[in-house]
Design a protein around this ligand. Structure first.
Ligand code: BAL
Ligand code: ZN
Length: 875
């Protein structure tokens, strides 16, 4: 497939000033007329070309005159029209087939023919599946949309913008009109039509606008929208307070659907959400999912400014809106919940999802240089690493400086399509500083390494920290400049007390924490007045997305684990120590010092009443199997699983069965359904304690889990119990599974968990379970959430199950991808990224994976989406 390159970017030859869309909506067939007022770039003499895919063209007129077939050509997804000039009006009428649209891109049907509703998904290039248009983000237009439909079948008609009239039509039909005063790119267009219920609330913005907030869902789900409504209000207030951003329309609609390729979509004034990111109630939603709903609601709302008011010039700049909005969302969640726990969660995700992506054949810079299918670039790199880059910029400017920079960014680029250079330019200009060195981060793939080494000179009472990044340029086609790497750090004495820091030559008061920025290949930072050899706490709060290499001793790590007031670095020290312990187990070390130090440190923290329960739960959890695999060269996922189990067993054994039992009972005695932080933290620790007990004594843990399942006041406890029962192969598991299946037969999101929890049971037998679950009447390849729940959970969340030595997991994935690709290429391509990393498997698995991928690649008729991923992983 053709590659689209950043360096080929040209401004649009034709723009569209205003768009009028008139829909006659129907499930089987929808017809729509589009009226475009065209503007020509006088500097470019190119013919009028519009994007259009799978459109049945019914009529076409230019400046009021129907065009003969000789005056236009529609081929290769491009409509070329002769005779257009600046100010021309192009009118087209097309027919769409929403019910037949299984790709869930453009206009499609959610749910069944009889009961479902119509909706759209346009980002990135769905609008061209709706009408002919220059479907690119740098064409911004004002939209007027009229919807007409049968009133009984489609009582609710919604489109982006403010309502501008509605009324009755003959034959039981009705209409509604919407006008969006803010120019927007086509990817932000949206409509929804069908039988939906709503909850609503008025909100008054800081600058005095009364906004109607309306959340829409199908009748059986509307009662689960209240938490999202509260989260929306919190998000709006937070953006006013933190960034001075007010909402700018009279209505804000949010709609939940069960059939959605993404998590949610920020269409102007009409956000559309995957139900799993919007609906919440204690009976079917876990604590983690509650936090996710809050975060996604905030994310989509924040896009109203970072994405909609200021959008991207082209899709290479995707991180301009996504990295920035993830950063804003993460900051919001940190403010609403616990900042250190949020940081741990975000960095864990980065390491689990983004680091492997960046280390494998699908690695790409945050601003990719080329793509074949842009939908394949909604990646952890663009989102999560993109957010880390914004975090570094924010850190470099400080809170007030970043706010000044953001104000200038919004002011300069409001109503326009911008680039990453524009973003860094505004941040820098507002602060009289040059941030362009940070652009290098956007252009390089791969996770940088940071080497740190300390030297203490007792005679001079000086501590020299040497930081280095491997020499740029090696092995790359183009020389790479060194990256600016901000390193937030503190020093501790051997009793665990933080030392005042004064850099050589620094005149200001000593601080307990400072940030040094490595800008060269290697630099030395000298600290004076250091009375004894210190232990450095580096990269505090994960101040840069790098892999830190520092030769700490286990005792130094234990000191940080015990004393660092930076919750993130405390956890990080524990993670590093756990990795050392794991490596000792793996290598069969005779003297397992790190293992002893790790479990002793955790045993002491276990009894520390000052420590937060949720943080303790995280401290008691070693890095996951995917992270551990990243450190290996010949990956054997089953061995990694066994070793990690062994590591946890050793910890459980050190803590002791009785102690764990006691703690479990204490926590269980305080179990409530409440959502406050303390109750959530208790549930988290209770789960962890039960998991550890399960390793030590699965029979008694099984009894506790069965009781917990039975008495659980909410999904967090119920799902935790079911997981423990399954993983311990408890006799009570079968009954609990039956109960769960029956209890949630009509709750799709809860049922997804029933599929996922089984797909994730470690070990070779999982594949047979997946094959059996595929025969459950609730399974379908047509629903992205269900595919994710069963196949996604298996191939991504169960390394020891998926990577069977006989290669059956790989063959299953390849076969399902073929079937899925015919229905929904975006979902197929995303699932296919599970093949990432196959080259680093040990040889037998590698050969089996390779054979499966090659067989898949040889098939004809693969979508552009899947072909690009499969071609990429084979590279
Ligand atoms: N723009 C796609 C969905 C999201 O990132 O919000
Ligand atoms: Zn986003």
């Amino acid at each position: 497939p053709a590659l689209i390159r950043l360096r080929d970017y040209r401004a649009p030859a034709w723009r569209v000033e205003t768009v009028e869309l008139d829909f006659d909506l129907g499930i089987e067939a929808t017809e729509l007329s589009a009226r475009l007022l065209l503007r020509r770039d006088p500097a470019q003499q190119l013919p009028l070309q519009l994007d259009g895919e799978n459109l049945q063209l019914l009529s076409i007129a230019l400046d009021g005159v129907q065009l003969p077939a000789t005056a236009y050509r529609y081929a290769g997804n491009v409509l070329e029209v002769d005779g257009a000039r600046d100010g021309s009006v192009l009118e087209t009428r097309v027919r769409l087939r929403p019910a037949a649209n299984t790709a869930l891109e453009g206009l499609y049907l959610s749910g069944s023919d009889e009961a479902g509703f119509l909706l759209t998904q346009c980002e990135a290039e769905g609008f061209r599946h709706i009408t002919f248009f220059p479907d690119r983000p740098d064409v911004l237009s004002c939209y007027r949309v009229t919807l007409r439909a049968d009133r009984a079948r489609f009582p609710v008609l919604l489109a982006g913008g403010n309502p501008d009239g509605s009324g009755e039509l003959e034959g039981g039909r009705h209409w509604a009109c919407f006008v969006d005063p803010h120019p927007k790119p086509s990817y932000l267009f949206a409509l929804v039509a069908g039988r939906l219920e709503k909850i609503e609330r008025n909100y008054v913005t800081a600058n005095g606008r009364t906004v109607q907030l309306k959340i829409w869902a199908e009748a059986d789900a509307i009662d689960r929208c209240h938490y999202a409504m509260d989260a929306l209000e919190r998000s709006m207030r937070w953006d006013e307070r933190t960034y001075g951003r007010n909402y700018d329309l009279d209505v804000f609609h949010v709609v939940a659907t069960h059939d959605f390729n993404m998590g949610a979509m920020e269409n102007k004034g009409l956000n559309i959400f995957n139900a799993k990111c919007l609906l919440a109630d204690p009976d079917s939603t876990t604590d983690e999912e509650y936090r996710h709903v809050e975060a996604v609601v905030a994310h989509e709302y924040f896009h109203n400014w970072s994405g909609n008011r200021v959008t991207c010039r082209d899709w290479f700049q995707l991180s301009l809106k996504e990295g920035l909005t993830v950063f804003r969302e993460q900051s919001f969640s940190a403010d609403m919940n616990s900042a250190p726990l949020k940081r741990i969660e975000d960095v864990s995700l980065l390491r689990r999802a983004q680091f492997p992506e960046d280390a494998g054949p699908l690695a790409h810079p945050v601003r990719p240089a080329q793509y074949s299918e842009i939908n394949n670039f909604y990646t952890a790199t663009v989102y999560e690493k993109g957010s880390e880059l914004v975090r570094m910029l924010a850190g470099a400017l400080g809170q007030a400086g970043f706010r000044r920079g953001m104000d200038l960014y919004f002011e300069r680029h409001d109503g326009h399509a911008a680039t990453l250079e524009d973003f860094l330019g505004a941040l820098g200009d507002a602060n009289g500083t040059d941030l362009t060195p940070y652009l290098a981060w956007y252009g390089q793939a791969g996770t940088p390494r940071l080497k740190a080494r300390g030297h203490y000179d007792a005679a001079r009472q000086e501590y020299t920290l040497t930081l280095a990044q491997p020499a740029p340029g090696k092995g790359t086609a183009e020389p790479r400049p060194p990256l600016p790497i901000p390193v937030k750090l503190a020093l501790f004495d051997r009793e665990g007390t933080m030392l005042p820091l004064r850099l050589d030559g620094q005149t200001s008061e000593p601080a307990s924490e400072i940030v040094v920025v490595l800008t060269q290949t290697e630099q030395h930072f000298v600290f004076g007045h250091v009375a004894s050899s210190p232990v450095p706490s580096l990269l505090r709060g994960f101040s840069a997305p790098v892999i830190l290499e520092c030769d700490y001793t286990p005792d130094e790590l234990a000191l940080l684990l015990g004393h660092d007031p930076d919750g993130f670095n405390r956890w990080e020290a524990g993670q590093q120590l756990a990795v050392r312990a794991y490596e000792e187990l793996r290598d069969g070390a005779a003297n397992s010092h790190a293992l002893d130090v790790w479990r002793a440190a955790l045993a002491s923290l276990f009894h520390d009443t000052a420590i937060d329960d949720a943080l303790l739960a995280d401290l008691l959890t070693p890095p996951g199997e995917i992270e551990l695999a990243e450190r290996e060269t010949a990956v054997d996922p089953q061995r990694i699983h066994q070793l990690r189990q062994r590591l946890q067993w050793v910890l459980a054994e050190r803590l002791g069965g009785e102690v764990l039992h006691r703690r479990y009972r204490e926590l269980a005695a305080h179990t409530t359904i409440d959502m406050d932080a303390i109750s959530q933290a208790r549930r988290r620790l209770k789960r962890r304690v039960l998991e550890l007990l399960n390793l030590l004594d699965s029979a008694s843990a099984g009894e506790l889990a069965a009781a917990q399942y039975h008495d659980a006041p909410g999904m967090t406890d119920r799902l935790a119990a079911l997981t423990v029962l399954l993983r311990g192969d408890a006799p009570q598991a079968a009954l609990a599974l039956l109960d769960f299946r029956a209890r949630y037969a009509d709750n799709a999101l809860a049922l997804d968990k029933w599929f996922a929890v089984q797909a994730q049971v470690p070990g070779e037998r999982a594949l047979d379970g997946v094959l059996m679950l595929e025969r459950d009447p609730g399974f379908t390849l047509k629903n992205p959430n269900r595919v994710q729940a069963l196949l996604g959970a298996f191939v991504r969340g169960n390394p020891s199950g998926f990577h069977r030595i006989d290669g059956a997991g790989y063959r299953l994935l390849a076969e399902r991808l073929v079937a899925l690709d015919a229905l929904n290429p975006q979902v197929a391509a995303r699932l296919a990224t599970a093949f990432n990393g196959w080259q680093r498997l040990e040889s037998q698995r590698r050969d089996a994976a390779h054979a499966a991928i090659v067989t898949l690649a040889a098939r004809t008729g693969l979508s552009r989406n899947l072909a690009e991923i499969i071609g990429g992983v084979l590279n």
